[in-house]
Each structure stands twice: as structure tokens, then as C-alpha cells.
Design a protein around this ligand. Structure first.
Ligand SMILES: Nc1nc2c(ncn2[C@@H]2O[C@H](COP(=O)(O)OP(=O)(O)OP(=O)(O)O)[C@@H](O)[C@H]2O)c(=O)[nH]1
Ligand SMILES: [Mg+2]
Length: 229
């Protein structure tokens, strides 16, 4: 790695010695929710003190640009992505996933993530992801193990899949069990609760509504724990 300070200043575009709140979005859904969070929390405080990292394997991973955001493609060999998910969903078949790929992909980013955390020394670290796929599940599982040694308050905001996603649901439940003890706090949002949210709503609209609401929860958590009073 080139000079660490140089790299970090370059990544976030300006010098800052601290970030009270650090957010890491993992996988398609984790990154989309992190984008929503940046969109809604556009005020002086969050402009200065919140940093966001988004890591995903999706090829077209460029919807939102922001100086608080470092976005990086990981595990690009992981072929399964959002489009595949949606088309499978329509056909009522649920592609299985392998969180091992997500674990391997984030291992390559360990040094960078820990360098950023050590540099900014956040008061709170919020990890946002949806479990059931390869990237979010695997990367979260691996990442919390690195963070544990840092003694930083770590909160998980984790979406759990629909029961009818079968194996993806089972993957998610197993992963949740495995990682519980690594977090100070985990808030799960279970998609099963939304099945009859609005029968007229399309799947995409329903997901958008859910993701915006989760972003608001994320903003509240950051404000609660990170604002200097
Ligand atoms: N809240 C929300 N959940 C979603 C959305 N799309 C999919 N999910 C749920 O999130 C789970 C994980 O999906 P992704 O976030 O796409 O998975 P990933 O971590 O990118 O991993 P891969 O599927 O292997 O690419 C799915 O099984 C669904 O239950 C979405 O747009 N919003
Ligand atoms: Mg994906």
C-alpha cells in the first residue's frame, strides 16, 4: 500500500482527523441502503463526521457519488447479483448462495478497512447488509471478527430474507447465529413482516420503501451514538 495517510486523504477527498460514525455497507442491499443513508443525511454534521464504505461485487455499482463515500468492487468473480436475484424471484426460484465467496473477497480488504478505522477512530461502527446471499453474509461474518479486536462499539443492521427464499433464509439464520456475539447490538429487519405490506405494490417499490426506512434507522443510530453533546 502506498503511504497510508496519502491514500486515506485521497479516498475521502479532504483531511479529517476523526469520524464519529463509520458505516460499512456490504453486498447489493447493504450498499443500496448506505446510498439512501447518504442521500437523506445531507447536513453539516454528517457531511463532516460520517464516513461510509460500500463493498460489493456488482458490475454496475455506481449510482451515487459522495465525498463521504469510498466505494470498492470486491469479489467481482461472484457472478450472482441483483438482476439475477430479481429474475429468479419473479420465476419463484431462489438461487443458492455461498457466503464463503464473500468471506474470501473481504479478506483482501482487511488492511484497508483497519487502516481507515484506526485513522478515524469512530465512536460507532454500523455494518449494514442483507443476509442470504454470498457477499453481504460472508463479508459481514468475516469483518466483525477483525473489528472485535479494536474495541469499537459495533452495531449490525441486518435484513433477513423471506422464508420462501428457502435456502437463502437458512443461510441467513445460520450466519446470524454465528456472529451475534461479535456485535454490541444487532437490529434485524425481517422481510417476512412485509409480505402483505401493500398487495398493489410491486416488489421493487416495496423494497425501496423498506430500504428508505432502514436508512432512517441507520441515521438515528449514528446520531444517537456519535454526536458530541
Ligand atoms: N431490503 C432489501 N432486501 C433485498 C433487496 N434485494 C434482495 N433483498 C434481500 O437480501 C438478500 C440478500 O441479497 P443481496 O443483498 O442482493 O445479496 P448479496 O450480499 O449482494 O449477495 P449475492 O446475492 O450473492 O450477490 C436476498 O436474499 C433478499 O432477501 C432489496 O432491494 N432490498
Ligand atoms: Mg450481490
Amino acid at each position: 500500500m502506498k503511504n497510508e495517510d496519502e491514500l486515506i486523504n485521497h479516498i475521502f477527498g479532504y483531511k479529517a482527523d476523526s469520524a464519529d460514525g463509520f458505516v460499512i455497507g456490504l453486498g447489493n442491499t447493504g450498499c443500496m441502503i448506505a446510498d439512501e443513508l447518504l442521500k437523506i443525511s445531507d447536513n453539516d454534521y454528517t457531511r463532516k463526521y460520517i464516513k461510509v464504505i460500500e463493498l460489493d461485487s456488482s458490475k454496475d455499482f455506481k449510482e451515487y457519488e459522495d465525498e463521504r463515500l469510498l466505494r470498492k468492487l470486491i469479489g467481482k468473480e461472484i457472478l450472482y447479483d441483483k438482476d439475477a436475484y430479481l429474475s429468479d424471484f419473479r420465476e419463484n426460484k431462489h438461487h443458492t448462495a455461498n457466503p464463503r465467496y464473500g468471506e474470501d473477497a473481504i479478506k483482501k480488504e482487511k488492511e484497508l478497512i483497519l487502516a481507515l478505522i484506526d485513522r478515524y477512530k469512530p465512536r460507532v461502527l454500523l455494518i449494514i447488509s442483507a443476509f442470504g446471499g454470498s457477499v453481504g453474509t460472508g463479508a459481514t461474518t468475516e469483518l466483525v471478527k477483525y473489528i472485535k479486536a479494536r474495541d469499537i462499539m459495533t452495531i449490525g443492521l441486518i435484513v433477513l430474507p423471506f422464508k420462501f427464499e428457502r435456502e437463502r433464509r437458512a443461510i441467513a439464520e445460520r450466519a446470524l447465529d454465528d456472529i451475534k456475539s461479535y456485535f454490541d447490538n444487532i437490529l434485524t429487519v425481517d422481510l417476512n413482516r412485509f409480505i402483505n405490506l401493500d398487495e398493489e405494490a410491486t416488489l421493487n417499490m416495496t423494497m425501496k420503501h423498506i430500504d428508505r426506512s432502514i436508512a432512517r434507522i441507520a441515521e438515528s443510530i449514528l446520531t444517537l451514538y456519535s454526536r458530541q453533546v
